[in-house]
Design a protein around this ligand. Structure first.
Ligand SMILES: Nc1ncnc2c1ncn2[C@@H]1O[C@H](COP(=O)(O)OP(=O)(O)OP(=O)(O)O)[C@@H](O)[C@H]1O
Ligand SMILES: [Mg+2]
Length: 247
């Protein structure tokens, strides 16, 4: 579904991705791990065609999206549902209008149909009761759930992309989000979750990629991850071990 072949990307003179290569199948559940600034969000933006690499090939469903026109990229984007790292909701719109936004933009649904669809999506994320609230009246976890509902509006994505969906949440809210992410990927749809949190990655993913200096330092399953001797990854795992010993 997604192939990166020797992808280079830089901001000015700063190289972010340094010949990055990987491939992800349509039904895989992948966590991309790595330190702050390693280029995780950049990868999601490249997959969506929001930015272009300096060189290299990016295939989505067999098509090289680096050479596609903006009109064609809109179609490519519809294959994905994405929840961005920050600023996921429009502050001036209430929950209903936030979720309805794409329905109004991309469909010809009637007001009644939109209302029904918004309620259905809010029910999926357990937020129907908050339909009339403004974003600043929501907690972080509620905000994230509404953002997920909004990302599901209008179309039926082939794959889900999440950028730090549990950042800044208490463990219970983070767990709720992880369950939701898993539920939504049911029925054989894939997902990519970008995160710093190994504990959350282990809840949703079956494959783990660890980025370092613009390349894949590690790529393996749960067992490989837990057993790895790579010091960078052990540092990430220590957060988890620390929690386990306390429990
Ligand atoms: N628009 C931009 N202009 C210049 N530099 C940028 C821009 N966006 C990101 N960067 C830089 O590119 C690097 C990679 O950014 P990216 O957002 O992909 O990192 P990340 O792995 O998602 O980090 P985090 O875990 O903190 O979210 C960072 O060093 C960042 O400072
Ligand atoms: Mg990021």
């Amino acid at each position: 579904m997604i192939v990166f072949d020797r992808v280079y990307f830089s901001y000015g003179s700063r190289t972010i991705l340094n010949g990055l290569s990987f491939s992800i199948g349509p039904q895989e559940r992948v966590a991309i791990l790595g330190g702050s600034g390693e280029g995780k969000t950049t990868i999601l933006k490249l997959i969506m065609g929001l930015i272009k690499p300096d060189s290299g090939i990016i295939l989505v469903d067999g098509e090289d999206i680096t050479i596609k026109s903006e009109a064609h990229l809109r179609e490519v984007r519809l294959k994905f549902s994405i929840v961005f790292q920050e600023g996921a909701l429009f502050d001036s719109l209430n929950v209903k209008e936030n979720v309805a936004f794409c329905l109004r933009e991309y469909t010809k649904m009637t007001e009644e149909e939109i209302d029904g669809r918004v309620r259905e999506l809010l029910r999926v994320v357990g937020m129907e009761h908050a339909i009339g609230l403004m974003p600043d009246e929501l907690s972080g976890g509620m905000h994230r759930r509404v953002a997920i509902a909004r990302s599901l509006a209008a179309y039926d994505p082939l794959m889900f992309l999440y950028d730090e969906p549990t950042a800044g949440l208490d463990p219970i809210s983070a767990d709720t989000i992880c369950r939701l992410i898993l539920d939504l990927a049911g029925g054989g749809r894939g997902l990519i979750m970008v995160t710093h949190k190994v504990s959350d990655a282990l809840k949703v993913a079956g494959r783990f990629m660890f980025l370092k200096e613009g390349r894949v330092l590690f790529d393996g399953d749960r067992e490989n991850l837990v057993r790895t001797a790579l010091p960078e990854i052990r540092m990430f795992m220590s957060e988890l071990e620390c929690k386990l010993t306390k429990e």
